[in-house]
Design a protein around this ligand. Sequence first.
Ligand SMILES: [Zn+2]
Length: 52
Amino acid sequence: MARVIRCECGYVARGDDDEAVVDTIREHMRTDHRELYDSVDRADLYSWIQVE
Ligand SMILES: [Zn+2]
């Protein structure tokens, strides 16, 4: 089962486990959404995970 986080811009981060998908979306936010990266912590990102 893949883990997915959908960004508000349409980007979709995928990973094999929670850690991987959170790392992927963090990297996307760091490059594309600097303000979100600074204001959203990892605990919030875990609540955004969907299982596909
Ligand atoms: Zn985005």
